[in-house]
Design a protein around this ligand. Structure first.
Ligand SMILES: Cc1ncc(COP(=O)(O)O)c(C=O)c1O
Length: 426
């Protein structure tokens, strides 16, 4: 038994040592991998939420690159903490307003927005010790107000009317900031008047005062973010997104393309790249109903009848969200564009499904439209070029329309393509 035991012992010992060697070499090689990984990802811990915004990855969209013969690169803005490209804008708007003294810590930032900007403002405001008040049309999806309220913002849902009406949600948001400033100034004055609050009757605050105070809750004044006209929006991209794209491509790029809502992204990036990259061409891709395509290609935005403000509410009908507009904003006016392409709703829907199937990219409607634009640019400038676009947000915020089969079918937008035939690529 003993020799057997000995033999068995030897066999077991040999097996253990072989196993150990294999494990050791496996460990060493995986350690190398870990080392390689940590080397690749060597990045310092970021300082809080605000520092985690921007410096998003630029990825090669493999399917589109292979199909077009161009390098098509997408800036992954959906990876920002607030889920969209608008995080950069929210930070810049708040920081500039705090710097200029127009917004005080503890003050309230107001915005009229049914979309990502409001969510980004509500996300970043607490990091600056500020509050956020959002005015949205009451036909906007209820999830939007729910998200905003969950983030701690106050939400006012109002009747949708034309932008020229004093009660358009953007105009109400502007007014709320002014009201907050009035309340704050009254508080300051009342503090100076023996501590007696203004408008107190027999020790009770008047109803009007109560309403504003409740809405703007002990505010230290208000500031209207005004993403359409506030050039902090443009600067967020001119100083952030543009330089990041330059660095990530090493200046090796031929074209940039994006759709415009406020115009901040396309303007900031196109202006920056035009100054830094010789021969770069920047393009707009425009959704149905928007007047910008005409403005870029023909210099005329709309007929008098089509002008925004002459129509009751939404002057156009597109499934895409956050892009397309029928007025020229201060932000868009900063853009340096070489041309424009039109994109259809059907193309955006088909593109989103194509990218999901081929690349695992789950993107929102504006990102899908931007990718349509990238393919159009590739077809126009030919193979061998590098084209950058923006992946603004993910599909998560687009479940009720853009990713809803029933909604798509009711609107004749059911996707059918098996490849990129909807853009003429076999
Ligand atoms: C999801 C989404 N994508 C794209 C845009 C357009 O970007 P910009 O306003 O910079 O033109 C917006 C604007 O609100 C948006 O919300």
């Amino acid at each position: 038994m003993a020799p057997v035991r000995t033999t068995g012992g030897v066999v077991v010992a040999a097996a253990i040592s072989i196993f150990s060697m294999v494990m050791l070499s496996h460990l060493l090689s995986s350690k190398k991998n870990i080392l390689r990984l940590s080397k690749k990802k060597k990045e310092k811990a970021r300082n809080g939420l605000v520092d985690a915004i921007g410096n998003t990855p630029l990825i090669r969209i493999n399917s589109l690159s292979e199909a077009t013969g161009c390098e098509i690169l997408g800036k992954c803005e959906f990876l920002n903490p607030g889920g969209s490209v608008k995080d950069r804008v929210a930070v810049k708007i708040i920081e500039e307003a705090l710097e200029s003294g127009e917004l005080a810590q503890g003050g309230v930032v107001t915005e009229g927005s049914a979309g990502s900007t409001a969510i980004s403002l509500a996300t970043v405001a607490p990091a600056y010790g500020c509050k956020c008040h959002v005015v949205i049309p009451d036909d906007a999806a209820i999830e939007k107000s729910q998200i905003l309220e969950a983030l701690g913002a106050t939400v006012e849902r109002v009747r949708p009317v034309s932008i020229t009406h004093r009660d358009h949600y953007v105009n109400i948001a502007r007014r709320r900031a002014l009201e907050a400033n009035e309340v704050a100034s009254k508080h300051r004055k009342s503090d100076q008047m023996d501590g007696k609050p203004v408008k107190q009757i027999n020790g009770y605050t008047s109803d009007e005062e109560k309403q504003s105070s409740a809405l703007l809750n002990n505010s230290r004044g208000g500031f209207f973010a005004d993403q359409f006209e506030n050039l902090a929006n443009f600067r967020a991209h001119y100083e952030g997104t543009g330089p990041e794209i330059l660095e990530q491509t090493g200046g090796n790029l031929d074209a940039f393309v994006a759709a415009a809502g406020t115009g901040g992204t396309v303007a900031g990036v196109s202006k920056f790249l035009q100054e830094k990259v010789p021969n770069i061409k920047s393009f707009l891709v425009d959704p149905p109903g928007s007047g910008l395509f005409n403005k870029v290609t023909r210099g005329v935005m709309y007929t008098r009848e089509e002008a925004e403000g002459r129509r009751l509410k939404n002057p156009f009908d597109t499934i895409t969200e956050g892009i397309g507009i029928n007025r020229l904003t201060q932000n868009f006016l900063m853009a340096k564009l070489d041309g424009a392409f039109r994109g259809t709703d059907m193309e955006a829907v088909e593109m989103s499904r194509f990218l999901l199937k081929n690349d695992g990219l789950f993107l929102g409607s504006s990102s899908a439209m931007n990718c349509v634009g990238a393919v159009r640019v590739a077809q126009s400038i030919g193979p061998g070029h590098t084209i950058v676009t923006i992946l603004c947000d993910s599909g998560m915020r687009h479940l009720s329309k853009f990713y809803n089969d029933e909604y798509l079918s009711q609107n004749g937008l059911t996707p059918k393509a098996t490849g990129l035939e909807f853009l003429g690529i076999k």
